[in-house]
Every structure is written in structure tokens, then in C-alpha cells.
Design a protein around this ligand. Structure first.
Ligand code: ARG
Length: 273
């Protein structure tokens, strides 16, 4: 089985953590007095970019903007499917200005950007699987936005309710292992309402189930190319479980970013053509 997993080259959009800091608290991970080691954050982030490129993925960068310390979390600024860009409208006032800078990048790169009417935070809560868009709500992205996303892409949107403030974005509780038609996911069931858990169990009977420990170590904030899984080294149990399923874990430590409630996936937006 291990050799049957086929990686697909991706195009990623990222933003260098030049102005990264914890200056406000909009999730339980953020302690406003927590110090970020800026050099370490830079090194960790560069290591992620090197790992992507070493595995054949293309990486584009948005210019970071002073005064927007969370702009490094590129995943939150849009969701792109079939070359169509659905932009973001952040829940927190502190993050709202980020959208303009990402929209400018997309327009310069030749994409039209749909400006949403309802609060939604891009790939943080909107996770394309190949067949559906799995959509989180409960803390940030609204159900109104889910409807808007379905109307825009014409892809079935599956609404899932998040219930644990530590897992405030869908991409902290679930990730896609492989986005082919028979694709599979990994998730932490207790992060979801009982009904949403049942929905996931129906849609993905063979999903890999994660533990609270896996989730608390940002193991679910991973990026998979269908074979390689870029994953936090702290999520040891989950990484070895994925290896048993035929995937190749690629550990990348973003511990400085965990202090802001983000990890590998948060730092990575996928541009799907
Ligand atoms: N501090 C950021 C926030 O709370 C972290 C965002 C993490 N991004 C993600 N895709 N989960 O908005």
C-alpha cells in the first residue's frame, strides 16, 4: 500500500512572518504577553517553504504588511477552487484589513476575487475535498457564508459545527489526506457537535480519527499532497498512524506560530486551478 499513494504538485500562497507577533487575543492560544522569537519564527517558516519546494510544490508569496501580525496565516484570506477566488471577511476587526492585500495579490496574478457578504475566513473554515467543500461554523465563518460559497462554486457545501474554542477553525480539527473523488480525511471528532460528527462518519467511514493530543499539538493543521503530509513533529502518534496508512510524514516545526493559534495549514493557502 505505501507505494500506491501518489503526490500531486500544488501551488501554494504564503506570507513571510516579518511582522508576526501576538498583539491581541482572538482565540484561546493567544496570550497577549507572550513573546515571539522573531528569528526562530523566520527560520521555522523558511523551513516550511523549503520543504514544500523540495517536494515539488510551487510557492508564491504575498508581501507582508506592518501592523497586521496575523497576515502570515495565508489560509484565512481566501478559498480557491477551479481558479475561482472566494475572498474573506474576517470576524475580528484587527484582521479585516488583511483581505485587501490578498485581493490585490490575486488581482495582479490574474484572478477575479469574489468579495463575500457574510463573515468567512477562507480555508480556515472552508476545506475543499474534491467532492464537497467542508465548511466550519461556530466561532468564525457563518452559515450565511456557507450558502454563499455553495452558490459561488456550485459545489455541495457540508456545514459542520465546531464546539471547542481551542479548535475555532475547521482546519485545526480536520484536514484532507487526498482530494480525489474517493478522497479521505483526518479529524478529531470531539471538536464537532454530535450531528456534525455523524455527518462526517457517514461521508468518511474510513477517515483517520485523531485524539485530543493530536489536535492540541496542531497535528490536524497539516497539509497533504496525497502522499507527503507536512505535519507538526509534536503530533508523533498521528504521524506514525499516517505512516501506517501509507503516507509519508514530513515533520516541520512551527512552534512559534502555535502561540498565535496557527500551524502549517494556517500558513498555507492552496491555489487550486
Ligand atoms: N491568530 C489567528 C486567528 O486567530 C490564527 C489563525 C490561524 N489560521 C488558521 N487557518 N486556523 O485568527
Amino acid at each position: 500500500m505505501p507505494d500506491s499513494r501518489v503526490p500531486r504538485p500544488r501551488r501554494f500562497l504564503v506570507c513571510e512572518p516579518r511582522h508576526f507577533a501576538v498583539q491581541y487575543a482572538i482565540n484561546p492560544w493567544m496570550q497577549p504577553d507572550s513573546q515571539i522569537d522573531v528569528d526562530l519564527a523566520q527560520d521555522q517558516w523558511q523551513a516550511l517553504i523549503r520543504a514544500y519546494r523540495a517536494h515539488g510544490h510551487a510557492v508564491d508569496t504575498v508581501e507582508p504588511v506592518a501592523g497586521l501580525p496575523d497576515m502570515v496565516f495565508a489560509a484565512n484570506s481566501a478559498v480557491v477552487v477551479g481558479g475561482r477566488v472566494f475572498g474573506s471577511l474576517f470576524h475580528a476587526a484587527e484582521r479585516r484589513p488583511e483581505s485587501t492585500h490578498y485581493d490585490t495579490w490575486f488581482k495582479a496574478a490574474g484572478f477575479d476575487v469574489h468579495r463575500p457578504e457574510a463573515v468567512c475566513e477562507g480555508e480556515g473554515d472552508l476545506v475543499p475535498t474534491g467532492r464537497y467543500v467542508l465548511a466550519g461554523t461556530g466561532f468564525r465563518t457563518t452559515r450565511e457564508a456557507h450558502r454563499e460559497v455553495q452558490e459561488f462554486f456550485g459545489v455541495p457545501v457540508i456545514s459542520l459545527t465546531l464546539v471547542d474554542p481551542y479548535f475555532y477553525h475547521l482546519d485545526t480539527a480536520l484536514f484532507v489526506l487526498d482530494d480525489g473523488p474517493e478522497g479521505n480525511i483526518v479529524y478529531y471528532p470531539e471538536a464537532f457537535s454530535p450531528g456534525s460528527r455523524e455527518v462526517l462518519a457517514r461521508l468518511y467511514p474510513d477517515a483517520v480519527l485523531a485524539t485530543r493530543e493530536d489536535a492540541m499539538t496542531f497535528g490536524l493543521n497539516s497539509v497533504s499532497d496525497g502522499r507527503h503530509v507536512f505535519i507538526a513533529p509534536q503530533a508523533e502518534r498521528l504521524a506514525s498512524c499516517l505512516a501506517d496508512h501509507g503516507y509519508t510524514p514530513v515533520p516541520v516545526d512551527l512552534s512559534e506560530f502555535h502561540k498565535a493559534g496557527g500551524g502549517i495549514k494556517c500558513c498555507t493557502q492552496e491555489i487550486r486551478s
